[in-house]
Design a protein around this ligand. Structure first.
Ligand code: ZN
Ligand code: ZN
Length: 398
């Protein structure tokens, strides 16, 4: 393992620049697949650092670059990913780095992820003689906008040149106090699918229901029955969620409408559970509708797959996190039902995705991700960078 003291020293020196980059990005947020200024900013930074093979416009607005070590080691190729996109939220903070793009805000911390990866580029460029192998810096567009930028970059060959053998990434975590890092092996985030059920009944007068096929009653039965997919069809030890979040039908108190539309989200960790969800939701909706004299069409859309951390890569990440913030500050990461398109990279190569605490209630950094007052304790940027540098250098040094 490389000496963490030296890395920490370098990170301390780099911190003012990383914070300045993060604030610049925070002030200039852009939505998914529209990260034009962000990508140009990243490209310029990489060029200043002398990073090799800088490519832009990958999978939309993605940027990649290579840093190749000249020292000794395993000569492997590793990819480190940061997402760059912001959200359609009007910022309610009043800082001097507040969003200058009204209605768009870095409310998930992706400005921090981008700044950390730029910091990693700087740190590795300054110590090329200490490792061998290639680090691919991957600045990804549109994590917040399914189908997302990861898949788009992979389709354009981001995992191939050079052939990537491991992938790493991190997310800032405002639920977790600054100074802590969450690391978990196996499934850490869920697969996120969606469904739309359209019930075709027959409308008419509310006083004469016997002349109609009421899609509202049928929809109500389907909503209730869908809850049995999790409670009665899946293994209780295998976590999953079906949330029907939309029920739209009719607009007059005395008119039975023709149709009703149900929409919901489905979260799972295993492929077979995902397949079961699609099958059962479709069966339940179509057969209940049929039993009640109507028809239903079901559209099931697969979103991001589950994020599964490789055991060996995660042990590396855990050791790196312990070196960065101390063994006592590394917390096991339980799986959560949120989703991430980092998962696509981890389907291509073994990897690990960890979470860096950025909450500081005393300083007012207490708002959750996607909240208009979201902001981070910037100390977290240093922890994230130290852990990621240790992670990558240890992997390449093995
Ligand atoms: Zn987010
Ligand atoms: Zn995010």
């Amino acid at each position: 393992m490389p000496a963490v003291e030296k890395i920490r020293q370098d990170v301390d020196e780099l911190m003012p620049g990383i914070v300045a980059d993060r604030r610049h990005l925070h002030e200039n947020p852009e939505l998914g697949f529209q990260e034009f200024k962000t990508a140009e900013f990243v490209r310029q930074r990489l060029e200043q650092l002398g990073v090799d093979d800088i490519r832009t416009g990958i999978g939309g607005t993605g940027v990649t670059g290579l840093i190749t070590g000249t020292g000794e080691g395993s000569a492997r190729n590793v990819l480190v990913r940061a997402d760059m996109d912001a959200l359609p939220i009007l910022e309610e903070n009043d800082t001097d780095y507040k969003s200058q793009n009204d209605g768009v805000m870095h409310a998930c911390g992706h400005d921090g992820h981008t700044a950390i990866l730029l910091g990693l580029a700087r740190l590795l460029s300054d110590r090329k003689d200490t490792f061998s192998g290639t680090v691919k810096l991957c600045f990804q567009p549109a994590e917040e906008l399914p189908p997302g930028g990861a898949q788009a970059m992979i389709k354009e060959g981001v995992m191939n040149e050079p052939p990537i053998e491991a992938v790493f990434g991190l997310h800032l975590a405002n639920e977790t106090p600054v100074g802590k890092i969450l690391v978990g092996s196996g499934p850490v985030m869920a697969a996120a699918d969606g469904y739309t059920i359209t019930i075709h009944g027959q409308g008419g007068h509310g006083a004469y229901p016997h002349g109609c096929i009421d899609p509202v009653i049928i929809g109500a039965q389907i909503v209730v029955a869908l809850q049995t997919v999790v409670s009665r069809n899946t293994d209780p030890m295998d976590a999953s969620v079906v949330s029907n979040c939309v029920f739209q039908s009719g607009d007059a108190f005395n008119v039975i409408p023709d149709t009703a539309v149900l929409k919901g989200t489905v979260r799972t960790f295993k492929d077979e559970t995902r397949d079961l969800m699609e099958k059962r939701i479709t069966e339940i909706a179509t057969t209940i509708a049929e039993a009640m004299g109507a028809t239903a069409t079901v559209e099931y859309t697969r979103g991001y797959p589950a994020t599964i951390n490789d055991e060996a890569m995660t042990e590396l990440a855990r050791e790196a996190a312990a070196a960065a913030v101390g063994e006592e500050n590394v917390i096991p990461k339980p799986p959560a039902m949120g989703a991430e398109d980092m998962s696509y990279f981890q389907l291509e190569a073994p990897g690990s995705y960890f979470f860096v605490g950025s909450r500081n209630e005393e300083k007012g950094f207490k708002w959750g991700h996607h909240h208009p007052k979201f902001d981070i304790d910037e100390e977290s940027l240093g922890h994230g960078l130290t852990a990621m540098a240790m992670n990558v250098l240890t992997y390449l040094g093995r």
